[in-house]
Write a protein that binds this ligand. Structure first.
Ligand SMILES: [Cu+2]
Length: 313
């Protein structure tokens, strides 16, 4: 990842890259603003009609191939340059750094709920350690919300029925505001949360803090219980062997061949779809016999099951 020394001391790892694209576009805009306005004023003064001068006839100008070529090529190159600079930043925003801590985010009218790997749920406060990448897996229980941290220049819509992602790495301790960026009803303007960035030592202390703050049970552990009691193991093995259905071992993050010849990467959205709408994508070489668990497992349950499936490396 590139870093811009000009913007060192930014709140988060990718903040400077977003700012750089913004300033690059503003600089191009300002340059052409002053260039064109400068010519405008210069011509108005230079070619104004002076006192006593006869009215001159405007010459007929039919076009200039050279000029048109220039004003097509230069803007095209500039747009391409904006694309390239934007794409560098976009690429870094899309790819979390390895070793990211995973936190689930649930948005609902009108609050944010953060679920940590240990099952601890916190409302309207996302507490994370400085200098470590964090991957947020987000979903909504009702309408479309938007996770927005202006200080980090990061924004991502949060949708019901599927997962969206955002990753961030704080570089400074402090408290930053998380807004909802989608108008989601009467409580929208109050849908605020704090992003609290603390030192790693402070975070470790908080993580080990009073048990009543934690959900008591880790997310993956709850997922394991759900998989056992929902009957998944009648058809799926956890050790790599084939049963009625494919094994769940090592599934997450791997390429899955489908019966229609295409393939998908088993990410959170694929796993969720496999559980609530098993017929949507059939794994190659297996019969379409899996029942749907829509209504049996809640969205929270499915998030826990996915957290468990991720541990089956
Ligand atoms: Cu909202």
């Amino acid at each position: 990842m590139s870093s811009f020394p000009l913007f060192s001391g930014e709140a988060a790892r990718t903040t400077g890259e977003v700012d750089a694209v913004f300033l690059f576009i503003v600089a191009i805009g300002l340059f052409f603003f002053f260039l064109t306005q400068g010519f405008l004023i210069y011509f108005a003064v230079r070619y104004r009609r002076r006192k006593g001068e006869p009215e001159a006839e405007t010459p007929q100008i039919t076009g200039s191939g050279m000029l048109e070529f220039i004003w097509v090529v230069i803007p095209s190159l500039l747009i391409l340059a904006i694309f390239v600079v934007g794409w560098w930043g976009f690429r870094d925003l899309e790819r979390p750094l390895p070793g990211a801590m995973e936190i689930n985010v649930t948005a609902r009218q009108w609050l944010w709920e953060f679920t940590y790997p240990d099952g601890r749920k916190v409302i309207n406060e996302l507490r994370i350690p400085v200098g470590r990448p964090v991957k947020l897996t987000m979903t909504s229980t009702d309408v479309i919300h938007g996770f927005y941290v202006p200080d980090y220049r990061l924004k991502q819509d949060v949708l019901p029925g599927r997962y969206t992602y955002l990753w961030l790495q704080p570089e400074k301790t402090g408290t930053f505001v998380i807004f909802c960026s989608q108008y989601c009803g009467t409580g929208h303007s109050a849908m605020l949360a704090n992003l609290v960035v603390v030192t790693p030592e402070e975070f470790a202390r908080w993580e080990k803090g009073p048990a009543e703050a934690a959900g008591g049970e880790s997310l993956a552990h709850r997922g394991e219980e759900l998989v056992e009691k929902s009957g998944c193991l009648a058809c799926h093995s956890l050790d790599g062997s084939r049963k009625v259905g494919p094994t769940l071992k090592g599934l997450f993050g791997h390429q899955v061949e489908l019966s229609d010849g295409s393939s998908v990467v088993a990410d959170e959205n694929y796993l969720k779809e496999s559980i609530i709408d098993p017929g949507a994508k059939i794994v190659k070489g297996f019969p379409p016999v899996m029942p749907t668990f829509k209504g049996t497992l809640s969205d929270d349950d499915i998030t826990a099951v996915i957290a468990y499936l991720k541990t089956l490396k």
